[in-house]
Design a protein around this ligand. Structure first.
Ligand SMILES: [Ca+2]
Ligand SMILES: [Ca+2]
Length: 210
């Protein structure tokens, strides 16, 4: 019986080319990596268009032609709160955005570096240097020391951090596909209004470990 369900799922998956959607719909969680020595885990990848679509029922991304495995973008910090509420209801887990401190610690991957995971930005990240002015499927560049992909580049990542106490503005990290390399420096903080949507803004999830 179980095998029959599995075969049907795989077939549906192939037909629809929508595998990560099905994974979320069946109550499974996004791929997370526990951060060594800390009490939280963080998304291995940026949240994808398929994952967003599965939870929210729409896809806000500008770069839909990039495909389901590309990072979701053009969403506000407020939109993400709605996504997280729904995902948590579906999975029974307590996902959230990373704090600024959590994001930066995970970014280094256990080793001090200029960018998240090293010094060679082109090997690690899609930035204005190499993106051809668009997003790319997650996980194509080198991971950092913790096995996290695209911490630098592809899409800028929203965090919980308020902008110097003003929580109508929040901090984004890592730089995006249209940013010059200095925006991808590990310590660099960008900021944006929480209701604003930009086609190089996305996110990854975090969760306090039980
Ligand atoms: Ca990124
Ligand atoms: Ca940006």
């Amino acid at each position: 019986m179980k095998i029959a369900i599995m075969i049907r799922t795989v077939l549906t998956c192939i037909v629809l080319q929508f595998c990560s959607t099905i994974a979320v719909a069946e109550g499974q969680s996004p791929v997370m990596i526990p951060v060594p020595g800390k009490n939280y885990e963080i998304g291995k990848y940026e949240v994808t268009q398929a994952e967003w679509q599965a939870v929210m029922g729409y896809n806000p991304s500008k770069f839909r032609s990039c495909g389901q495995n590309c990072p979701v973008e053009k969403l506000s910090w407020n939109d993400i709160q709605e996504f997280i509420d729904k995902l948590n209801a579906m999975t029974g887990k307590k996902f959230r955005l990373p704090t600024g401190e959590e994001w930066e610690y995970a970014c280094y991957g256990g080793k001090a570096s200029t960018y998240c995971g090293g010094e060679d930005l082109d090997a690690l990240a899609w930035s204005s240097n190499n993106s051809e002015r668009k997003t790319h499927p997650v996980g194509q560049k080198l991971p950092n020391g913790y096995g996290l992909y695209d911490m630098a580049g592809n899409v800028d990542e929203w965090t919980e951090e308020c902008d110097e106490g003003d929580c109508t503005m929040r901090i984004l990290r890592g730089g995006g596909w249209d940013d010059d390399p200095q925006f991808s420096v590990a310590t660099f903080k960008d900021r944006f209004i929480i209701s604003g949507r930009n086609d190089d803004h996305g996110f990854r999830l975090a969760r306090t470990l039980p």
